[in-house]
Design a protein around this ligand. Sequence first.
Ligand SMILES: [Zn+2]
Length: 442
Amino acid sequence: MNKSKNSVLKNPIEQMLDESTMTSFDHVIINANIATFSTQYGFDIYVDNQADSNPYGQLHNAAIGIKNGKIAWIGTKDQVTAHLPKYQDSQITDVDGKWITPGLIDCHTHIVYGGNRSNEFEARLQGASYQDIAAQGGGIVATVSATRAASIESLFTQSEKRLVALMKEGVTSIEIKSGYGLDLDTERKMLTVARQLGEKYDIHVSTTYLAAHALPPEYKNRADDYIEQVCEWLPILYAEGLVNAVDGFCENIAFRTEQIRRVFEVARLLDLPVKLHSEQLSDIGGSALVAEYKGLSSDHLEHLSEENIKKMAASNTVAVILPGAFYTLRDTKLPPIEALRKHKVPMAISTDCNPGTSPLTSLLLTMNMGCTLFYLTPEEVLAGSTIYAAQALGLPNKGRIEVGCDADLALWDIARPADLAYQMGLNPIQGIMVQGQWRETI
Ligand SMILES: [Zn+2]
């Protein structure tokens, strides 16, 4: 262990500032236990000897000073007590020993879609096969039809409920994908709704272009022609300010790596980061492709090989683990968690909220699934919903609590951070702060 880390662990919060700075915060939080997920406070999930790390980068009896939407100071309550009379009561939040984490980040969602598929869920449980349902126009085609038919207002209203459910469990940043339009107008409509959701709820929304999600019925047996269209639409939607990243579904039942590569080439020309649905059902090399393009993340990964894990490690690509889809599909092939740990690939988790394989709007339940189904630790799933989810979205100022980061926080009535992954169905949220503002109602 190096000396500087040792001193950090012994006395992690001793930052002193002058009087004028200590009285200039917009907001002060006192009596907090904080899971910072910051290496400055000893967080190191991949350390060889756990005794050398401070789990969750946790701080006790701590205080936070917030200014201009950023975390401006972190210290002890004693350090700030003498200055508190200079503040109005409304500027001080005494959280009375409750826990603060970074605002949670759901880094892989499809929450914007029309209709839902509970009818198919019921039919399957009554004995219908996937083929029966597909023959009746069900499956993804049903969602594409409903999404194409929905007005922008209707699509917004339908999708808003899902965002609110996530925010009620501490989500302050979210990624939202297109991919149920599969034509230019509807892809645009989905991304526009995603942007509108971010504006109405004033939270960070990263939009991802996922036209290479499935082959629309009108392109049956013409996948290459469809990919050509996908490549043509991307610069148009990017120019309209609707695209932050580019995604695809790389699978035998979707698109081959060479088809995805064509889309990634356009992304590269636009300097847009890429990510991919990879190795969910088979290993056809999606993660290697993402690594080649230095992509932000490769997602699903049940069939990921160690060879491609090494490539992800070399390109610093995040592995996004999606237990909701594994659960819904009753999958049995576990993602290679131990090998991802061995090669120190950062792991994020996400709801993958979508109408087909993961109708899940609870990031807390996702954490529990990550622990129970995939043997992740509570620290791993919480890091996967904060610091590494931020990395999966290319957001360097979010997902951890340290000076200079965005003041996006979640306040929890819990005994310890592991409670968030342990409880099922009990929501201990007390409030969220986004860019330095507490939200009165979520
Ligand atoms: Zn997905």
